[in-house]
Design a protein around this ligand. Structure first.
Ligand code: AMP
Length: 598
């Protein structure tokens, strides 16, 4: 067992008695990580012993790790698809969980182009709530005085559907914001939001964002922290301000709410909040009409101590833009979670983004770690994978996270690659390295190589009548604009120069690609406006050969060279852009509806 308490110091001193209790809980969990894990596994196996899934493995009542590990297989979402489909279709028997499945959480990870459906049970809400309740006590250790003001958080609910069997299917945060735990949370001076619940819960994203921004502007001197879940969400709020500050200032000046806000409960609650304030309206106009928006966050909200947004993983691409708008305010990444399970928290939230490590809380689920070697699936026919327990991971090594949850996922591969950076007591701390197989991501979308390949194939069918084919392609997530967008570089072989594809056809190719991409991408385009139109950049013949020459000049092996299907190294992007022939944007929106295609 790896106990390395020498490199971590106890948390403290707490800001208040409530915080002291939370910090004691963290200490207790992390000191006894192995014992807690053993108990969690036994609890889960006891609770679910009669489920159809566990019975298959003939544990015969055993709840110890050895029996569990020797009898249960490590699985992925696809392995559970038949069981999940039966639950979705209305089978209420104890298939995965002894407790009734209360709803499905729709992950941003997809399977066959649709969001994965994660079954969950009621008691998981309490477990998630428990993790949330630990965040402020930790933050208060580093940032004093957060009880003297408010947090401006841009939080949203998304559309929900019902499965054929009548269960709700919605994102985990929508489920949380709509829960009684959130709506009737007791007053906590350290956790006061500028946004009223009515604004967060408004299903119309324009009305929700508009009123949240309005409240944030009204309370501008009280705002001590500004946040959203992911960095991309906060930048979307800044973009919203750029597009709507004139109307917002009119509302502030007159105290009369924009007629576009039609939701009755929102109008009623804003009627109480909005007061005419011509001086504030003038200030907002002055700041927002300046040519440069550098430092706009601290100009409008001068008391902001930090940004509360996730900038780890794919979100790291937004750090320079956030720094630009906030004058380099600290960026706190507080927690690491997923639809399957909430994992843990950052015990040093004011550290630099590159140093963020998440401490997995051993009470949340039973965690195992599959040693990860780059370019391997983690499985090898000759030697089956040896999974490592939470306290046995080694500093510096990379692992894929495997979880066993109270909701009934057993030895389930999450798909996240983590690197161990150290320990807090006996609980390891992890740097989020990346999600497996993700090539492109702008917001919560995750596009893999196979999806991109299919999209290129489908789009290039439109080129056939021009006797043209795509000889090579690569891609790039362009986040210089808000929202960001996918750029696909194409090198074309045009056999008949007199009949080469027109701008119009190439635009249609952009749309055809968008139609092929998964539903999370299309929702980002259509409903969330979090992704801009896809762009095809046609490059000169021979460009990809130059790309190979460049890679070889930097040490790549000529025999093993493969065209990268995504590029982000600036000199490579610059090389591609310097060979540009033409650029084309998607002319419309792809199809998307909350209903699933399958
Ligand atoms: P979802 O299932 O849609 O909620 O997405 C969960 C996934 O988002 C995780 O498995 C991670 O890949 C990613 N994620 C969540 N929290 C973080 C974080 N703090 N840093 C980096 N990636 C994260």
């Amino acid at each position: 067992m790896a106990v390395d308490s020498a490199i971590s110091s106890p948390l403290g001193p707490p800001a208040c008695e409530k915080d002291a209790k939370a910090l004691r809980f963290i200490e207790e969990m992390t000191r006894n990580a192995d014992a807690v894990q053993e108990r969690v596994l036994a609890d889960i196996l006891t609770q679910n012993s009669k489920t159809e899934y566990l019975r298959r493995f003939k544990l015969n009542g055993a709840t110890d790790r050895e029996s569990f590990k020797s009898k249960l297989s490590v699985i992925s979402y696809e392995d559970l698809q038949p069981e999940i489909q039966r639950i979705a279709n209305g089978d209420r028997s104890a298939i995965l969980s002894a407790h009734p499945i209360s709803e499905f959480l729709t992950s941003s990870g997809t399977s066959a182009g649709e969001r994965k459906l994660m079954p969950t049970i009621k008691e998981e809400l309490d477990r998630r709530q428990l993790l949330y309740s630990l965040l402020m006590p930790v933050m208060n250790l580093y940032v004093p005085g957060l009880d003297k003001g408010k947090g401006l958080y841009f939080l949203f609910v998304k559309s929900e559907t019902r499965t054929p069997g009548g269960l709700l299917a919605r994102p985990v945060l929508t489920s949380y914001y709509k829960s009684e735990q959130f709506k009737t949370r007791p007053y906590d001076p350290y956790n006061v939001y500028t946004s009223p619940n009515e604004a967060i819960l408004c299903p119309d994203s324009f009305q929700s964002m508009y009123t949240q921004m309005l409240c944030g502007l009204q309370d501008r001197h009280q705002v001590l922290r500004v946040g959203a879940v992911f960095a991309s969400g906060l930048l979307r709020a800044i973009r919203f301000l750029q597009l709507n500050w004139q109307q917002l200032s009119n509302d502030i000046e007159t105290g009369v709410l924009n007629r576009k806000i039609t939701d009755p409960s929102l109008r009623e609650c804003m009627g109480e909040i909005l007061k005419p304030d011509p001086e504030l309206a003038m200030f907002v106009r002055q700041e927002c009409s300046k040519e440069s928006w550098e430092g706009i966050i601290t100009r409008i909200w001068p008391n902001t101590k930090y940004l509360d947004v996730i900038v780890t993983g794919a979100m790291a691409q937004y750090i320079p833009t956030l720094d630009y708008y906030s004058g380099g305010l600290p960026k706190a990444c507080t927690m690491y979670a997923s639809s399957e399970c909430y994992f843990g928290l950052n015990l040093n939230p004011m550290c630099k983004p590159s140093e963020v490590s998440y401490t997995i809380m051993p009470n949340m689920a039973y965690f195992e770690f599959l040693p990860h070697e780059s370019n391997s699936s983690g499985f090898n026919r000759d030697s089956p994978p040896k999974l490592v327990d939470l306290v046995d991971v080694e500093v510096g090594k990379e692992y894929e996270l495997v979880i066993t949850t109270y909701s009934g996922l057993c030895r389930y591969r999450v798909g996240d690659i983590l690197r161990v950076t150290g320990f807090h007591n006996s609980a390891p701390q992890f740097h989020f390295v990346r999600r497996k197989n993700v090539l492109l991501s702008i917001d919560s979308d995750k596009t893999d190589e196979a999806e991109l390949q299919t999209a290129v194939e489908n789009a290039s069918k439109l080129l056939r009548e021009f006797n043209t084919s795509v000889v090579e392609y690569t891609s790039y997530a362009d986040t210089k604009t808000i929202p960001g967008h996918y750029v696909i570089y194409w090198e074309l072989l045009v056999k008949d120069a007199a009949n080469s594809p027109t701008d119009d056809v190439l635009k249609q190719c952009c749309l055809a690609m968008e139609e092929s991409l998964n539903s999370v991408y299309r929702q980002g385009r259509v409903s969330d406006n979090s992704i801009g139109p896809l762009e095809i950049r046609v490059v000169k013949c021979g460009t990809f050969e130059e790309l190979m020459d460049y890679a070889i000049s930097r040490g790549a092996s000529i025999n093993q060279y493969k065209v990268p299907r995504c590029v982000n190294f600036t000199p490579v992007v610059e090389l591609l852009d310097s060979r540009l022939v033409s650029a084309h944007f998607s002319p419309g929106l792809p199809h998307w509806s909350p209903e699933r295609r399958r």
